[in-house]
Design a binder for this molecule. Sequence first.
Ligand SMILES: [Zn+2]
Length: 653
Amino acid sequence: MSTARILSISAFKLLFVLFLFSACSESQQKKVNQADQFSDSTFDNHSYSNIHRIKTKHLALELDVNFENKTVYGIARHEMINSGTDTAIFDIKSLDIQKITIGQKGHEKETDFVIGPWDKDSIMGQPLMVKIDPKTSFINIYYKTTENTEALDWLNPELTSGKQHPFMYTQGEAILTRSWIPLQDSPANRLTYSATVHVPEGMLPVMSASNPQKRESDNTYDFKMDQPIPSYLIAIAVGNLSYRKLGNNCGIYAEPELIEACAYEFVDLPKMITAAESLYGKYQWEQYDLIVLPYSFPFGGMENPRLTFVNPTVLAGDRSLVSLIAHELAHSWSGNLVTNRSWDDFWLNEGFTVYFENRIMESLYGKEIADILAKIEFQELQDELEFIGESDHPEDTKLKLKLSGRNPDDGMTDIAYIKGAFFLKTLERDLGRERFDTFLRSYFKTYSFKTVNSEIFLDYLKKNLLEPNESDFNAEEWIYKEGIPKNCYAIRSPRMQRVQWLAKRFTKGEDIFNEVKWIKIKGKKKRKKQIIKLDRNKYITQEWQAFIRELPEDIDPKLMKKLDTELNFRDWGNSEIMCEWYVLGIKAGYFELRPSIEKFLNKVGRRKYLMPIYTALSKDAENLKWAQQVFERAKGHYHFVSKSSVDALLYKN
Ligand SMILES: [Zn+2]
């Protein structure tokens, strides 16, 4: 590959001034575009790209995944719709741009480009400005990733289940795709993509696209995603993967060592797809597969289309955490089909998905279970409200956010997910399920393969649900005001109350492990005493979570030890229970937990579990010191996303 053609300093300055000028006129343009709310090309605070002038329609990738250098060598061939501009602006972050050409493959000519400065907090990366002709519609960017590429996680063999082969995967959401592909990284634009990927011998690549199920002898694979998607959903994983079919149009990719456990855990996947389709319409992406990643994956799941990325902590062995799969599947409608136009409207992706997830769980397992799940989430929302209320940004408890100048990840809180879902639950209660479902079906249909913001949704809600039913529902308050409105739907869960009562009795010193029951003996006046042992399996995971949450924070460590002796929360294997238990143990000074906590922090890289545990540890000096030592040993196993969150938490002073 040839080296970059860097412009002279004066030409650079000129182009940069032009860039600033075009940024100003972009905000003017924004005002103009507001009139045209259905245009998908509006301004995004987290992208430098000029998608209102030129935008990618199709992206053809040529990738060589090199595990020795931990580098992806790539060519990103953009097929653009150009309104007649002479500059195309792309987003890049920590990428090495080698050369840029214009024209179709084989008829290319090299062109000039300028890389602009970083933003002040290094969140957005840099604008890549490419000189083109007003008629240019093919731009080819030759590049390679660097060791600072945040989207990529390269794992040495010892961090995989098989311990023989390395593993690599990407995480694009929210704005990390630009760190492994130079592109216009805004959810406001949708594009199709194809890819040719070369990997080392023994490895199988899979993408958010049509996927291979078998190895190719030349280690080169072709991928196609024919439905237009936002850039954050372009994803790849490469490892020693095998495939197991679970149903007509669904299956699982995992390391061979995990495939049996996966097949057991996710056996209900075909039923989930059927339930989701009968709720809100046909699944639009043909195939639905899962890939179970190594433990360092920072999220529970990522809804990459056709191929959900799953954290192995979901493999609880008892199918108790499969609501996560229902969540990722629901994203095939909310998020992937109807997408938030900017990260300020993230609740449109997540709130709808949590609502939808709960409806799938209700279809499969009944209302009692769905209510327990929602109630547990509502408890978490209370903690989040308190936390955000005391933070520097109390306005973040609004659904519609203003994240300009901030990291879009700041909006990934329970507000978007759970407040968003309870907004919809409250609407359902007030307008009736039947009407609400009809409304949602038409919303998904109307905005399929489009992007929306809160204003579009609100307008659609008023016209299609509230006004026809003469409802004065306080939708504006839900979207634009802080906190939770008073009319919020309240869930009653008798099953949850029962375990909370059990926890209260335990705290008072009662023996809950051996229940005495007096049984009437047939035909006799006397009754017989019977001891019933408390069976851990009598309650589901979320009931045990409710039990633990009901215990006081200053609980006597001896009582916690008693619970461990009887029920073994500390080494249960179920991450939800263990995380809950460790946080309580840290607060209560139950130091005997430390070896189990350290083991857990060394194995699991999922931010949902790392953050509460490290946060609890950061509250006093002695625990903080220990947490820093553990983190230094464990951080090699964490993805960039988790590592930077924990780092900021433990070293904030
Ligand atoms: Zn989600």
